[in-house]
Ligand binder design. Structure first.
Ligand code: PEP
Ligand code: MG
Length: 539
């Protein structure tokens, strides 16, 4: 038996034969043409056929993968009429007098590469969409279409990578699991696999060699393990896990679309934490009632320069629109400590977790802060937004931040830009100082959300990044529980709601305590929403 480790992107177990996806390859020859207008016309006709195919795909797939996911094919269709997509293709036909198939392949690959080279992870992953659309047009031009059938028996399907339109067209009863050499966790392929309930593992690289075709294999989409030629003991272990997962899934589904209520009818808001637009799909699939923490600093990471107002506005707007009126709490950037972006030019520090971080950066660089706040306010017209400040330690800090907010609101008003003036403004309770003076802070905030990750680090003086200290890190330490209770009482005395958005919120051994303490909202990883609703319903 050989065990290969990849990245699990869609949970579930599968046992079966490994089969490599057979694609009908279309040959793209670099053919010289003489009648340029006729070739351009042939290309335009293929674009029209592709658009019609995609509209049909969007309609028929809505049931299989959900209306929102099927929208991708409308976006693919729109791409066909985008000048950035088709003009370079026509340019090659006209200037080089080369056939349309070759022109589409050339220009499509170049555009896909432009996307792949972008800093933003979401944009990077759009390279697969461009390739998918270009392949469709080439297939139409060359009179072939990708054969996405997986044979007659159910198999574990392997490939270099799967395109989104291939993935949705697989017959679920024939595909036990997907495994690929390349791929990205947030690609549409991964999202569709999760939506369709197909276990999937990506990123095996060359270890997933073609020589493995036809062997028996076992897939664990949760851990990312692929066992080649598993023995009876491994098969039994995988089967047991499969039964357990199925039982859990069935039990969980009962809670989908329901309010989160305790047995006695107390209502808890069960929200999800996200770090990007792509995470919203997981939050919706997980049945979150809102977004309790949008870690906006992820917009600033993994790039060379600050994200501008327009880019941020588009991002917040997309999240708010996707959440359709459900609350989205946008935490202003928490850069610093473990989330460093070199272009901020922050000085080296002995103790970055105790250094220039989060609201401290925002208050010392108000222009940067204002750019973000303008983007949030402008987006606030498109949904139910709330703003939350991280790492607050004093009333003075909160008042300074609110004064900047006011300046931003005034400027937008003067400029006649629409925004929601009633966006709630809350703070994170993640320093012991904030918890201890939460009675004073509550007078100036519309809500609290407890960041237990940092609250634990700062209360116990234990670096949250340091694994070596785990034996000293009692996450249920009485001091932390008391600070939670104190903040909760002070919030309620002032008549404001309080939630938890740190990891402790998903700790089922504390759910009873949180509810007894009066916590109004829990914001957890999207996959924890349904399991937690089930726990709460039993309390
Ligand atoms: C926290 O500190 O608990 C929190 C939610 O914020 P982050 O983990 O992003 O620091
Ligand atoms: Mg924190």
């Amino acid at each position: 038996m050989i065990t290969l480790q990849g990245k699990g992107v869609s949970d579930g177990i599968a046992l079966g034969k490994l089969t490599f996806l057979e694609r009908t390859h279309f040959s793209v020859e670099k053919r010289t043409i003489t009648d340029v207008p006729a070739e351009v016309e042939r290309f335009n006709a293929a674009r029209e056929t592709a658009a019609a195919q995609l509209e049909e795909l969007s309609r028929t797939m809505a049931e299989k993968i959900g209306k929102e996911n099927a929208l991708l094919f409308d976006i693919h269709s729109m791409m066909l009429s985008d000048p950035d997509f088709f003009e370079p293709m026509i340019g090659i036909i006209e200037n080089q007098k080369i056939c349309a198939e070759y022109a589409v392949m050339e220009a499509g690959s170049a555009l896909a590469q432009d996307f792949a080279d972008m800093d933003d992870d979401y944009m990077k992953e759009r390279a697969a969409d461009v390739r998918d659309v270009a392949n469709r047009v080439v297939a139409i031009l060359s009179g072939t279409w990708m054969d996405v059938s997986a044979g007659s028996d159910p198999v574990i399907l392997a490939a270099d990578d799967f395109s989104p339109s291939e993935t949705v067209q697989f017959d679920r009863s024939k595909v036990l699991a997907l495994v690929s050499r390349a791929g990205a966790a947030n690609s549409h392929t991964a999202i569709f696999a999760r939506t369709m309930g197909i276990p999937a593992i990506i990123g095996f690289g060359s270890s997933l060699s073609a020589g493995l075709a036809g062997v028996n294999a076992a897939v664990d989409g949760g851990t990312g393990v692929l066992c080649i030629d598993p023995g009876p003991a491994v098969i039994e272990e995988f089967q047991k896990k499969h039964e357990l997962l199925e039982e859990e899934k069935q039990a969980m589904e009962k809670y989908r679309g329901r309010e989160t209520l305790t047995k006695s009818g107390k209502k808890i808001q069960l929200f999800a934490n996200i770090g990007s637009v792509t995470d919203v799909e997981a939050a919706i699939l997980g049945d979150a009632e809102g977004i309790g923490l949008f870690r906006s600093e992820f917009l600033y990471l993994g790039r060379e320069d600050y994200p501008g107002e327009e880019e941020q506005y588009e991002t917040y707007k997309r999240v708010l629109e996707l959440m359709k009126g459900k609350q989205v709490i946008i935490r202003t950037m928490d850069i610093g400590a473990d989330k460093q972006a070199a272009y901020f030019g922050l000085p080296g520090e002995e103790n970055p977790a105790l250094g220039m971080r989060a609201i401290r950066i925002c208050l010392t660089r108000p222009e940067l802060f204002k750019t973000q706040l303008r983007a949030i306010y402008r987006a606030s017209s498109f949904g139910n937004a709330a703003i939350m400040f991280p790492m607050i330690c004093s009333v003075a800090e909160l008042l300074r931040a609110k004064a900047i907010l006011k300046e931003v609101r005034n400027e937008l008003q003067v400029q006649g830009i629409a925004f929601n003036e009633k966006v709630p403004v809350g703070i994170m309770i993640e320093t012991p100082a904030a918890a201890i003076i939460s009675d004073l802070l509550a007078k100036e905030a519309d809500f609290f959300s407890i960041g237990t990750n940092d609250l634990t680090q700062y209360t116990l003086a234990i670096d949250r990044q340091n694994d070596l200290l785990s034996e000293f890190c009692d996450i249920h330490h009485e001091a932390i529980l008391r600070l939670i209770k104190l903040s909760c009482d002070n919030a309620h005395n002032a008549g404001i709601p309080i939630g938890i958005c740190g990891s402790l919120g998903a700790d089922k051994t504390l759910t009873q305590f949180f509810i007894e303490t009066g916590i109004d909202e829990l914001s957890v990883e999207p996959s924890c929403v349904l399991p937690l609703r089930k726990v709460i319903a039993k309390l």
